[in-house]
Design a protein around this ligand. Structure first.
Ligand SMILES: [Zn+2]
Length: 260
């Protein structure tokens, strides 16, 4: 008799053993892969039995994704006048304006982002400059939201530290220093607000207990929508102006961005 695993071979199942998860969870990803989250205390076989019991639903979801593929993840800018970057969840044009001034300047407003610099500035330097400006914008906007939400919740905080973490959207130390990922400025503002509220609620509960989630829910009753948005689209945000490093072959270009 074939094992439960073998019966599911046609599906691309990705297992994740999670110390935090309380129950078995199944997520069907837009690329058709099936994520099976297994609490550490649950035997694998039980998780696969559960998955098999939901197999019809999983297969329906896989087909749904195939029929309604999501927009492709954003690509690094090509600087051909047709680039779009997401800002506060909206796609907006990113244009290069050639200038004589050696000092690059990035202008971000509600409808457009302009990168003003000599035309010969390298694409890597342009990306670095735009990334820095967006990071500064993220710092300013998240500070406002932090102040509002901290007042509403009646807690204090330090920071924020705004960084380019690979996998973290936010964190809160026991002393109350809040770190946020700058890429949250690319997402709808409610997503940033959710992460801010989440981190501020850690000022009351330094864990993910029921009481913690109850408090998050009290402060933002529709938080599940924004949390789901982040799970679904978060990876795509990392494709926007990817972090300088191995994916940018000539690191010396980054020095040109320092004028901003
Ligand atoms: Zn948390």
């Amino acid at each position: 008799m074939p094992s439960a695993e073998a019966a599911l071979l046609a599906l691309q199942v990705v297992e994740r053993i999670s110390p935090q998860a309380r129950s078995i969870r199944i997520e069907v990803r837009p690329d058709g892969r099936v994520l099976l989250v297994i609490p550490r205390t649950v035997p694998k076989r039980a998780a696969y039995d559960f998955l098999r019991s939901r197999e019809d639903w999983v297969r329906r979801k896989v087909v749904e994704w195939q029929q309604h593929p999501k927009a492709p993840a954003p690509q690094p800018p090509r600087w051909d006048g047709r680039d779009r970057i997401p800002l506060r969840g909206l796609r907006m044009p990113l244009l290069l304006v050639p200038t004589r001034s050696a000092r690059p300047l990035v202008r971000i407003d509600e409808a457009i982002t302009l990168f003003c610099a000599p035309a010969q500035t390298s694409p890597a330097a342009r990306a670095t400059a735009v990334r820095r400006s967006l990071r500064e914008l993220a710092r300013r906007e998240s500070l406002h939201i932090l102040q509002d939400e901290a007042t509403r919740l009646g807690v204090d905080f330090e920071g924020p530290r705004v960084a380019d973490q690979r996998s973290l959207w936010g964190s809160c130390t026991p002393a109350g220093l809040i770190s946020l990922n700058w890429r949250l400025i690319l997402a709808p503002t409610e997503v940033l607000r959710y992460v801010v509220i989440h981190e501020l609620c850690h000022r009351r509960h330094l864990n993910h207990s029921k009481r913690f989630w109850h408090l998050v829910n009290r402060q933002m009753p529709d938080f599940e929508n924004w949390r789901a948005w982040l799970r679904e689209h978060g990876a795509g945000l990392h494709a926007v102006l990817p972090k300088a490093g191995s994916d940018e072959p000539n690191p010396q270009f980054d020095l040109l961005g320092d004028g901003v």
